[in-house]
Design a protein around this ligand. Structure first.
Ligand SMILES: NC(=O)c1ccc[n+]([C@@H]2O[C@H](COP(=O)([O-])OP(=O)(O)OC[C@H]3O[C@@H](n4cnc5c(N)ncnc54)[C@H](OP(=O)(O)O)[C@@H]3O)[C@@H](O)[C@H]2O)c1
Length: 352
């Protein structure tokens, strides 16, 4: 049996990449419904992949997200906002449908699995209708750390990120492009709307809002900490991050310092990373990849892995992935594939 799939947020940055990856991977589906806000109703988007009703793909008219447009969906990918996820998640769950949510609304809900299939796919077994994907900076980090902890238990992690503007959404990409164009023409920069200050030619140590109750860490930094702990099932992991926005279109990169409870040699860590599904480790210590090079790639990359001799049993490394692919749409699609493989969609619907 193939599911009817709906995508809320089909017109957004993640939605656009979702359509490409679902087609590339031929995600099994009876029908594909593309949904967004009322603003996009009637827009036409092309889906190149096969569905039962359109084996050669075709144009799909975007519908407004309503109870009616969602009524016949079996799996709903939600790539819109926390408010939209909160509006529809419980509604879908009550009706025995599965929502795979890209946003942060339910990530820390104890009844909601937060999943990277290569790391904790087994957590899908206890889903109750909603499954969340991690934040796009958490995903490559958790993949790298999960591989490394096969060598020795983790005791402490710190990370500094270099996050692309597409992580904010399609409007932020347009804002960066407009600022770069204005600079090129020697004109005044249009007033920034997506960020507090100009992003072109700049670096902002500020991703999401500051949390007064958490020592003014930003919500993004707290998401990285809390989500990494949940995915790795390491509640007490000592973790601190600083999240930074950079004027890059696609690709979130991070500098990570990890400490282990006992000796973990670089050779053993490299071997563990090489064995990890979805991870590519660059072993030449003088070589690395950059966001520009990995945009469009499905893997999480690790490079410049070397000892951190300022602490006992420490290493430092460069880690990155395409935030729109493995950081969002690809991970969500892999979750759906895994749930279908494990019979966790229709079996759940029958029990609900
Ligand atoms: N970008 C990333 O790298 C990334 C990574 C991981 C997770 N995420 C998460 O994925 C979600 C989408 O991010 P994005 O970057 O794709 O954002 P985006 O480019 O701003 O797109 C937002 C989408 O949501 C739709 N939308 C807005 N209000 C809606 C409503 N009331 N009902 C239904 N749809 C509505 C928009 O439709 P209209 O076109 O009609 O406005 C648009 O399709 C967010 O929750 C984000 O946190 C993003």
């Amino acid at each position: 049996m193939e599911p009817t799939v709906a995508v809320i947020g089909a017109t957004g940055a993640v939605g656009d990449v979702f359509l490409k990856i679902a087609a590339e991977r031929k995600l099994p589906m009876k029908q594909l419904k593309l949904l967004a806000s009322a603003r996009s109703k009637g827009k036409v988007l092309r889906y190149e992949g096969p569905t039962t009703v359109a084996p050669n793909g075709g144009d799909i008219v975007v519908e407004e997200t309503t109870a009616e447009s969602l009524a016949d969906a079996d799996i709903v990918f939600c790539s819109a906002s926390s408010e939209v996820s909160k509006q529809w998640g419980p509604w879908l769950k009550e009706r025995g449908k599965v929502m795979i949510d890209d946003g942060s609304a339910f990530r820390m809900d104890p009844t909601v699995p937060l999943v990277i299939p290569e790391v904790n796919g087994d957590d899908l077994e206890w889903h109750q209708g909603i499954v969340s994907i991690p934040n796009c900076t958490t995903t490559p980090l958790a993949m790298a750390l999960d591989a490394m902890r096969q060598v020795a238990p983790l005791s402490r992690v710190t990370a500094s990120t270099y996050q692309a503007v597409s992580g904010t959404g399609a409007a932020a990409v347009r804002e960066l492009d407009a600022q770069v164009a204005a600079i090129g023409r020697g004109e005044a920069i249009p007033t920034p709307e997506q960020y507090p200050v100009q992003i072109a030619g700049n670096v902002l140590p500020h991703v999401d809002s500051f949390d007064e109750e958490e020592d003014y860490y930003t919500k993004e930094e707290l998401k990285m900490r809390n989500e990494t702990r949940k995915i790795l099932h390491l509640d007490g992991l000592r973790f601190a991050a600083t999240c930074v926005r950079v004027p890059v279109a696609i690709g979130h990169a991070e500098v990570v310092h990890a400490e282990f409870e006992r000796e973990a040699s670089i050779a053993d860590l490299v071997a563990a990373l090489q064995a990890a599904e979805g991870v590519e480790v660059i072993t030449d210590p003088t070589k690395y990849v950059t966001p520009l090079e990995i945009a469009g790639d499905d893997r999480a990359f690790v490079a410049r892995l070397r000892p951190d001799r300022t602490v006992e049993h420490g290493v430092t490394f460069w880690c990155l992935t395409d935030n729109l692919r493995k950081g969002a749409a690809l991970n969500a699609i892999q979750i759906a594939e895994e749930m279908l493989k494990r019979d966790l969609v229709f079996d759940y619907a029958a029990k609900a």
